[in-house]
Design a protein around this ligand. Sequence first.
Ligand SMILES: *Cc1c(COP(=O)(O)O)cnc(C)c1O
Length: 395
Amino acid sequence: MKVPFFKPELGEEEKKAVLEVMDSGWLTTGKVTHEFEKEFASYVNSRHALAVNSNTNGMILALEACGVKNGTAVITTPYTFVSTAATAVHLGADVYFADIEKDSYSIDPAKIEEILKKDAENGHKVRAIIPVHIAGNLCNMKKINELAKKYSLPDHKIYVIEDAAHSFPSKTRDGFAGTLGDVGVFSFYATKTITTGEGGMVTTNDDKIAKRISQMRLHGMDRDAWDRYTSDKASWEYDIIAPGFKANLPDVLSAIGREQLKKAELFRQKRTEIVKKFNEAFKDCDFLTLPPDGEGNAWHLYLVQIKSEKLDCDRNTFAKELQSLGIGISMHFIAIFHFTYWKEKYPDFTAENYPNAENHYQNTITLPLWPNMNEDDVKTVIETVKSVGKKHHVR
Ligand SMILES: *Cc1c(COP(=O)(O)O)cnc(C)c1O
């Protein structure tokens, strides 16, 4: 590969921090993770931040704490990574899918409302709406929060849980992505904007939800290991309040996260500079649609769409040629209705019923974007995209 799709940015600071934890003798969740949580909470201005071992497990915990269980349902988008939807299935809930908007990758509030209206006539099963801020570009959170409120009942609130896996640190004048609904779930997977190898964070201002997640991420215990070994209360005394999960983030990984957090803003600035160069270079390419650029986009990914009417080839051919010329590309995302399990689970869950997700999926290519791409890398990507476009342009 001339230009790989992604390169994580880990430096001497991360290495040193990991070695310190190894030397300390305390590897699992402890002091370092608690510091990471405090720092993350303060960074995004959230009352609570709970470190977990993945966004996927964080989402299960968030849904569980919001009352998602057998007999209930969640609303999310078909245009996301499958875990966003699969997590609800693990809790026995149904998933109602709302198509995305025509001109962005965001879940369409009008489609959410259609589902909520029907649901209100069918016993109010929906407990949570899960918007996903694709590539760092924010969904219409104002509208989604309004809808959740409008269709909540006095004894049963509809929660908004942001899948913020792509959107750290996306920031608007209302605050950071992940703090704009009731709960936010971040990912520190290897290719995300900051990484711990594997990991995640759940943020909320709701004390009850935070307490539930904090207990359920560690076996349903009412105390964590650090508390048991550092507080005055006997270390062997604890209660179990529910059959919990195992989703805590160990100190070894939190040590990496703390260093990455310090660099998050610098990484964001560097990605934004590269995006500016891409946008400038591609603005005259009539065979491309450039990505939506909403307020505060953290630019986790750079998605371009090819316009099939301008080219004599499809997206797959275009993508394969980029790859054969040394450009590391990816696809975000295979719309969920293309997967066997989901097709069989919901017979109406088809490409025909979700035309916007299908159209975006059929035409989108994700180009390389990472903070330390140099001038040559950026130039190589731009020139290769342009040359493949020229070769296949209809006359
Ligand atoms: C990466 C990703 C996830 C899953 O994150 P993990 O930390 O790997 O569990 C969830 N949703 C979206 C949109 C993602 O891109």
